[in-house]
Design a protein around this ligand. Structure first.
Ligand SMILES: Nc1ncnc2c1ncn2[C@@H]1O[C@H](COP(=O)(O)OP(=O)(O)O)[C@@H](O)[C@H]1O
Ligand SMILES: O=P(O)(O)OC[C@H]1O[C@](O)(COP(=O)(O)O)[C@@H](O)[C@@H]1O
Ligand SMILES: [Mg+2]
Length: 338
């Protein structure tokens, strides 16, 4: 039988000997898998790796610890981030960023991998306009709202958490004949609510990207619930412009006093838990690609996935443009409901 051999090419770059890695902004399941992939692939390319704790805050406060291959063992399957995360006000200031730069220089760090969302990439972009240490980003947010990548680490795990939670709520909703208003995370983004809503067969889905659903609830009540439905699920994205689940439920109660309405806000449970296989694989691909990008002298870019392949997206595009909602999904939802 023919034996297949695989060989990884070791890259070198004279200017890059030591890299830093940090997680920033909202945590997302799969961040640990990305830290592991960055660390192990950097070590495979003979680089030293420094873990920076608490995101940009730790960059300013010098919270640096060397990472080893064994040091990132046993973390692939865990939610959260071993490097911790933070939102840093000081990094918004020039003085804060200057401190961060000085700490990086003192530690001999030649490049930094930032695992985070749009805010973190904006910070990295601002920094890289002022200082000459390259930053490369890995998109990680349960919202999946970053332009230029089909996928952000954490989204699939959060989506499955939403589905599990709503399936449970549906059992009690059906038993009591109640209508549940369920709020799903997504400050400015409705993808989690939209796909989560479709996956659980929600009667109505309200998201910030579409205002055509304003009549959806009325339609559901008049045509669906009153005629043949005995219970119902309304999924609302946190950032819905008409209001959150509590406000919309109150309004619905006033307009339909005969309805038995309950509210459930899923909250931060959506950010935790063991990452799904999809999140672990995406994080591993992107972690390796981020180190490759650094060794190829890339800077101020995010590595992303388009149609399953690695792409490089300049930070300024990733943070400025919107990740649009697939209008077909909204159409599918309208067709399938009632
Ligand atoms: N315009 C900016 N200039 C400098 N730093 C920024 C800027 N915007 C965001 N940041 C930094 O990025 C951090 C993370 O951003 P945030 O929006 O909270 O999270 P996420 O990366 O998950 O979107 C902020 O706490 C801040 O330190
Ligand atoms: O944990 P916090 O600070 O309450 O933030 C909540 C927000 O973070 C998210 O979970 C993720 O957003 P980011 O990844 O951009 O931080 C949003 O869906 C939610 O609105
Ligand atoms: Mg964000």
């Amino acid at each position: 039988m023919k034996q297949e051999t695989s060989q990884t090419t070791q890259k070198t770059n004279k200017g890059i000997k030591k890299i830093g890695v940090l997680t920033s902004g909202g945590d997302a399941p799969g961040m640990n898998a990305a830290i592991r992939a960055v660390t192990r692939s950097a070590i495979a390319h003979n680089l030293e790796v420094i873990g920076i704790h608490h995101g940009f805050k730790g960059l300013i406060e010098n919270e640096f610890t060397p990472l080893t291959s064994s040091g990132v063992s046993g973390i692939l399957q865990n939610g959260g981030t071993i490097l911790k995360t933070a939102r840093s006000r000081e990094f918004l200031t020039e003085e804060g960023r200057a401190k961060a730069y000085q700490n990086l220089v003192n530690a001999g760090i030649n490049a930094v991998v930032v695992i985070g969302g749009d805010g973190s990439f904006t910070g990295a972009l601002v920094f890289s306009k002022e200082f000459d240490i390259p930053f490369v980003g890995i998109p990680a947010t349960i919202d999946n709202d970053i332009f230029g990548t089909d996928y952000t680490i954490g989204y699939d795990t959060a989506l499955n958490t939403v589905v599990q939670a709503v399936d449970k709520i549906k059992d009690t909703a059906a038993s009591h004949g109640r209508v549940f208003f369920i709020e799903v995370m997504g400050r400015e983004a409705g993808l989690l609510a939209l796909n989560g809503g479709i996956a659980v067969g929600a009667e109505v889905i309200l998201i910030p990207e579409s205002n055509t659903e304003h009549q959806a609830f009325d339609r559901f009540i008049s045509k669906g619930y009153k005629r043949k439905k005995t219970s119902g699920i309304v999924v609302i994205a946190e950032g819905e412009e008409m209001g959150g689940a509590l406000k919309l439920a109150k309004k619905a109660e006033q307009e339909n006093p005969d309805l038995d309405i309950r509210v459930s806000i899923l909250g931060h449970m959506q950010r935790g838990g063991n990452p799904t296989a999809q999140d672990r694989v995406a994080a591993t691909k992107m972690g390796v690609a981020a180190v490759d990008a650094i060794l190829d002298d890339q800077k101020s870019i995010m590595v992303g996935l388009r149609y399953g392949k690695i792409v490089h997206v300049p930070f300024n595009k990733a943070v400025k443009l919107n990740h649009s909602i697939d209008q077909d999904l909204l159409e599918i939802q309208r067709l399938i409901t009632i």
